[in-house]
Design a protein around this ligand. Sequence first.
Ligand code: XLS
Ligand code: NI
Ligand code: NI
Length: 433
Amino acid sequence: MTDFFKGIAPIKFEGPQSQSDFAFRHYNADEMVMGKPMHAHLRFAAAYWHSFAWPGGDPFGGQTFERPWFGDTMELAKMKADVAFEMFQILGVPYYCFHDADVRPEGADFAGNTRNLDEIVDYFAAKQADTGVKLLWGTANLFSHRRFMSGAATNPDPDVFAFSAATIKTCMDATQKLGGENYVLWGGREGYETLLNTDMGRERRQAGRMLQMVVDYKHKIGFKGAILIEPKPQEPTKHQYDYDVATVYGFLKEYGLEGEVQMNIEQGHAILAGHSFEHELAMARELGIFGSIDMNRNDYQSGWDTDQFPNNVPEMALAYYEVLRAGGFTTGGTNFDAKLRRQSLDAEDLILAHVGAMDACAAGLKAAAAMLTDGKLEAARDARYAGWDAPDGQALMASDLDAITARVLADGTNPQPKSGRQERLENLVNRYL
Ligand code: XLS
Ligand code: NI
Ligand code: NI
């Protein structure tokens, strides 16, 4: 045991009446919701990078957090792992996620990186066995080191493509060794700053080829998890190629990968793309590529990926409503890709941020489940489209313009607008919160 969390006890469910800050009011792991325990619906994961690797900087100032494990040695990387697994246990999160660069010291070269990663993977494997905490997903950080400043797969320099491909291979190996349930590719710097120096055609082809190699390697090693792409419209580059779910779907189609790759959808990225989170979730569901979520919100004024812990229950209810309508998670889960505000210095801030986020998700899930079970929203939606289920509506889909025109003339078809009843439905949603 480290003394970082100063004896904070595992967080328990105490119910809505609890007066304690260190308690769940809604997240009751084994409580059944629509026939499944809450923990199996939500599949919470903590993100290693923001909680344990991020120093608290912003564009105007550097590190604010002083963590005893900051530094680039294997000994410190192991201390960091000790503290991380303590946090997972205090919170009772069943999963965690990491990038290679979060967990191992930077080596002098690729071989050094790989040695360091292998050593920490063995350390993680023992910790997973001790605690029962599992890996939701692993990924490669192909955006922080200066070698990736012009992209990884999309780099003008083929050596960077090679370095990136080799790094992805080692991270997929690490993920498989740790029993990871998914492997994530977020675009990082796969985009551009100016067309003046960019060959967009080449860059897109390079990205497509890299993704095909990733899928091939998955099958070669028999990785059972899902390959997930995490769309984001901008930041760090001005124009990211993986803009949003619909854009990525087009890209997958182009490279014949739509049956192989699913989406990891982040709330904040959806907002940056000018969508709501539920729009992106519903789009992925309709396209058959829904996978997992990063449940961290943006500030609505900043226009930046602020990665705040989620706390807006009404929004989360609508998000989990779409997740439930997608049939829930299979390999995916709810990852808190969220960081503390840089003034939140204390160990207990880290715990309480997650406690609040988990509770808000649980409250959102319960509201979403009630909405779905009650069926009023779905009944209203069905009623709105009922004409399409009737014989006339179904016949239209198999018809053609001539036949339809003849029908419109013969029947004197003269459609009358009907209310979409938006406010009525919004009022209905509020009754479940
Ligand atoms: C950055 C992304 C990143 C991915 C993992 O905005 O959210 O954190 O989730 O590389
Ligand atoms: Ni993000
Ligand atoms: Ni993310």
